[in-house]
Design a protein around this ligand. Structure first.
Ligand code: FAD
Ligand code: NAD
Length: 468
């Protein structure tokens, strides 16, 4: 029997590790149980971090091949895929060992193995080999994350028919890559391999890509990616992938609404049709923890499950499956357990797609405002009118600010541009303080910056921008 803990966190992803560190800062005696050999969960090991390492490296490769000449730099890049993958692996190692360091620094006890809950107040740790042990604990936070959704008729081998995990490590660039799912994973990882030379075809069930994004921005990104070489098959689904004797793959493509199928030949397939909450092995039935209709752990607004002393956060509960959402919930749940009253504001969750250009959005889209019958005004400023963007040959995209027609309060925004993911946060801060478009328009922005387009879009919600 291990020591008594104030809090035991199951899972060390962005939700779990932040909960553990914040609880330790607040004076709790904390344990973390992790079944993988390294800490950091999906995000650090097989998600956000490795994908961004490859997106950055492949973007530089693409720029060197296609843009350098316009800047007066003559260079012909040669791909060293092995080194690019090594850079990705080194980035992961540096980040996961950072979590190990933070655990030690905060005197958090880490247990390796699968955590399950035989009863409230107890966590059983079952390592891959050797005997298990039971932790006595006053509180439990479940942060067990999510896993990719599979498709019937398609067997993932993580070599040529892959989930996002396999798509982070192709040993050679596939000549043709079929991506099933036009969501963020499909377009980010599709971009990586497209830039490195693959012909990418995206099959999307809906009649549009990126269902969570403002439809104008989604249409623009579809056009942009098409110019980069992507082919889109919308309103379609893949119902089977067969391996042929000659080594190629045959994907059976059907219209989403039913009808005649056709066969697409390809060299690799990425299945990216969403993720589902992961609760296997936790013994939730034994502990009596209730799930909702979509298999997520049901919680109240304080992250409490129906069983006293058991909480849940991150991808395994409702809400967007994003690392920063999991982190903020981890921060908040630790404070709640410590008796504080924190609050996570779900109306200001930023989303970023790290394609080229990036897309960042927050709050309501125009589609959502229209559907809710909210009267709004839109200010949209194109990067073709921004001086810094011209200097950087980065004039693709725009900033769109949406504000309430009566109060001028900013309700949402979308940015398509280089570094959009960095710039969205000034709008997040403004929205946290219930700021208006006029507040944003009257805030001095340094010149020349890409951020000036935000000020200009905000001015367009009033009397008008200066540079257009
Ligand atoms: P996870 O990170 O999934 O961590 C769960 C952990 O729990 C894992 O380590 C798992 O081993 C462990 N675990 C599960 N069950 C048990 C058990 N019974 N016992 C012990 N341990 C257990 N989000 C972003 O915000 N930005 C991005 O750029 C981004 N990029 C992504 C790219 C890809 C390719 C993918 C797949 C995801 C990406 N995401 C991104 C999503 C992000 O990774 C998740 O939202 C985030 O990791 C969720 O955090 P979490 O702590 O809830 O769970
Ligand atoms: P997603 O939900 O974003 O997109 C999945 C897409 O697949 C949707 O467009 C959906 O309509 C389509 N689809 C579903 N079934 C289909 C079928 N049978 N055939 C064709 N298309 C089908 O999911 P994802 O891209 O797998 O990403 C999973 C999660 O990971 C998301 O919640 C996302 O937020 C998160 N993530 C975030 C980032 C980021 O923040 N930059 C990056 C990667 C992943």
């Amino acid at each position: 029997m291990a020591d008594n803990f104030d809090l035991t966190v199951i899972g060390s992803g962005p939700g779990g590790y932040v909960a553990a560190i914040r609880a330790a800062q607040l004076g709790m005696k904390v344990a973390v149980v992790e079944k993988w050999p390294t800490f950091g969960g999906t995000c650090l090991n097989i998600g956000c971090i490795p994908s961004k390492a490859l997106l950055h490296a492949s973007e530089l490769f693409d720029e060197a091949g296609h843009q350098f000449r316009q800047f007066g730099i003559e260079a012909t890049p040669t791909l060293n895929l092995e080194q690019m993958l090594r850079h990705k692996d080194d980035t992961v190692t540096a980040n996961v060992s950072g979590i190990e360091f933070l655990f030690k620094n905060n005197k958090i006890t880490a247990f390796r193995g699968t955590g399950s809950i035989p009863a409230p107040g107890k966590v059983l740790v079952t390592p891959e080999s050797g005997p298990g042990q039971t932790i006595e604990t006053r509180n439990i936070v479940i942060a067990s994350g999510s896993v990719p959704i599979g498709l019937p008729g398609i067997t993932i081998d993580e070599e040529r028919v892959v989930s996002s995990t396999g798509a982070l490590g192709f040993r050679q660039v596939p000549k043709r890559l079929l991506v099933i799912g036009g969501g963020i994973i499909g377009l980010e990882l599709g971009s990586v391999w497209s830039r490195l030379g693959a012909r990418v075809t995206v099959v999307e069930f809906l009649d549009r890509i990126l269902p969570g994004l403002d439809s104008e921005a989604a249409r623009q990104m579809q056009r942009t990616l098409q110019k980069q070489g992507f082919e889109f098959r919308l309103g379609a689904k893949v119902t089977a992938v067969d391996k042929r004797a000659d080594g190629t793959l045959a994907a059976r493509l059907e219209p989403a609404a039913g009808g005649e199928a056709l066969v697409l030949e390809t060299d690799a397939v990425l299945v990216a049709v969403g993720r589902k909450p992961f609760t296997d092995g936790l013994g939730l039935e034994v502990a009596g923890v209730a799930l909702d209709e979509r298999g997520r752990i049901r919680t109240d607004h304080n992250f409490k499950t129906n069983v006293p002393g058991i909480y849940a956060i991150g991808d395994v509960v409702a809400g967007p499956m994003l690392a920063h959402k999991a982190m903020d919930e981890g921060h908040a749940v630790a404070e709640i357990i410590a008796g504080q009253k924190p609050h996570v504001n779900y109306t200001t969750v930023p989303s970023v797609m790290y394609t080229s250009p990036e897309v960042a959005w927050i709050g309501k889209s125009e589609d959502e405002l229209k559907a809710a019958g909210i009267e709004y005004k839109a200010g949209k400023f194109p990067y073709t009118a921004n001086g810094r963007a011209k200097a950087m040959l980065a004039t693709q995209g725009y900033v769109k600010i949406l504000a309430d027609v009566t109060t001028d309060r900013v309700l949402g925004a979308q940015i398509i541009s280089k570094s959009a993911g960095e710039m969205i946060h000034e709008i997040a801060v403004l929205m946290e303080f219930s700021g208006s478009a006029e507040d944003l328009g009257r805030t001095m922005h340094a010149h020349p910056t890409m951020s000036e387009a935000i000020k200009e879009a905000a001015l367009m919600c009033g009397d008008g921008a200066i540079h257009i």
